[in-house]
Design a protein around this ligand. Structure first.
Ligand SMILES: *Cc1c(COP(=O)(O)O)cnc(C)c1O
Length: 395
């Protein structure tokens, strides 16, 4: 008999990944997350980060992080409900609530952990979650932890959502409709005004995960709810502090009641140590920076529009994105992976995204343009897409 510690069953599964051609090594870069990075020992244009505003290596954020470390140390010491609640955690919640134009904000340690903790806290047995079929993995996992029933509606299909509501609303106490604000693989925006109208018609609550909308959509990056002017009509507005805001963390913005409840029943608040001072200090600075200028979001959109237009002119299918997320749809899985490899050999890092992350036959390079890219870098990237596309006879 084989030794149990060899984890033979996992080795077999890993071999299956290799046989299917989906096994991968993690790329490694050296230095800060910038528009150009030293990846696996070579300088490449980075089209593969969520650092939308270039905040991950912003001098003002770094300075704020260092100051916070000097005053508060490197760790918060405990979970929020014991002693891990520093005045800077409360200050970050205050500035975020002001920025989001909501009554209150409850901070979590990441966007993932926010969904894992918040959803199960706000629904119970006898309730129903209705989730968009393309919602993020952390919403799916968060919903799995809830005691309520769960069902899905077809992606952004308002008729299908109403069908579900007609069939099921009466059988439940509370109903929570959950959607991403911006869908990360296609860059499309949720039809939030219609969703909110339906939610109100059927007396349901709404929960919007705006990980890719935070710092991107709305006035100076206030998010999808602000973009559509729906303040006060979305009950739980979730954001991440790890993407455009450049650091790490997640939060729910909404009412004081939301905050009171989550501070008693949000399991990551009760059982996981709060964000470290460096992250909190940098984030306070990040939010203040966004409230003082639209310079960063303006540059992000300018760059994104510039890049999308040029890629479209080359003849690529860039899907139906309404945000800086720019998919270049290649189709075949193996061809997509090959395309990404060739881009990298030519100095451009754009990740290949294939089945099962996206439907079969819709393999793509997901290009993430940021405020930190120069036009010269974007031009070089476009030239590389042209060269590789012609070599592979895709354009
Ligand atoms: C990235 C993402 C998350 C996770 O956020 P982290 O702060 O990185 O944990 C959650 N939801 C959505 C929709 C995301 O895109």
């Amino acid at each position: 008999m084989s030794n149990v510690h060899e984890l033979g069953y996992l080795k077999e599964k890993i071999q299956e990944l290799k046989d299917q051609g989906v096994y991968r090594e993690l790329p490694v870069y050296d230095g800060a997350n910038e528009a150009e990075i030293n990846l696996n020992g070579k300088m490449v244009i980075n089209l593969s980060s969520n650092n939308y505003l270039g905040f991950a290596n912003h001098p003002k954020l770094k300075e704020a992080a260092i100051k916070a470390v000097e005053k508060y140390g490197v760790g918060s010491g405990a979970v929020r409900t014991i002693v891990g609640n520093m005045d800077i955690h409360e200050e970050l919640e205050r500035v975020l609530a002001e920025f989001k134009r909501e009554e209150a904000v409850m901070l979590f340690q990441s966007g993932f952990n926010c969904n894992a903790g918040a959803i199960q806290a706000i629904v119970d047995k006898g309730d129903l979650i209705i989730s968009d079929s393309l919602n993020h993995a952390s919403i799916i996992d968060g919903a799995r932890l809830a005691k309520s029933d769960k069902t899905v509606f077809k992606h952004s299909d308002i008729k299908d959502l109403e069908r579900v509501l007609k069939e099921k609303r009466d059988q439940y106490n509370n109903v929570l409709i959950i959607t991403d604000g911006v869908f990360s693989m296609d860059g499309d925006v949720a039809k939030l005004p219609e969703i909110v109208d339906l939610a109100e018609k059927y007396n349901c609550m709404t929960y919007v995960d705006d990980a890719h909308g935070s710092g991107v959509l709305g006035e100076s990056g206030r998010g999808t709810v602000d973009h559509f002017g729906l303040h006060g009509r979305v009950d739980f507005s979730i954001g991440t502090l790890s993407k455009a805001l450049g650091v790490v963390g997640g939060y729910v913005a909404g009412s004081k009641t939301m905050k009171e409840w989550l501070s008693h029943r949000g399991r990551p608040i009760l059982f996981s140590t709060s964000l470290p001072p460096a992250a909190v200090g940098a984030l306070i600075e990040a939010v203040k920076l966004l409230m003082s200028t639209t310079e960063y979001t303006d540059r992000l959109w300018d760059n994104a529009n510039y890049f999308k237009e040029k890629l479209g002119k080359l003849g690529y299918n860039t899907g139906h994105s309404e945000t800086p997320i720019t998919p270049v749809i290649i189709g075949d899985e193996a061809e997509t992976i090959e395309f990404s490899k060739k881009l990298l050999e030519n100095g451009v890092f754009g990740s290949a995204i294939v089945f099962p992350t996206v439907p079969k036959g819709t393999g793509r390079i997901r290009c993430m343009v940021t405020a930190g890219h120069t036009k010269e870098q974007l031009d070089r990237a476009v030239e590389t897409f042209k060269k590789v596309g012609e070599e592979m006879k895709l354009i």
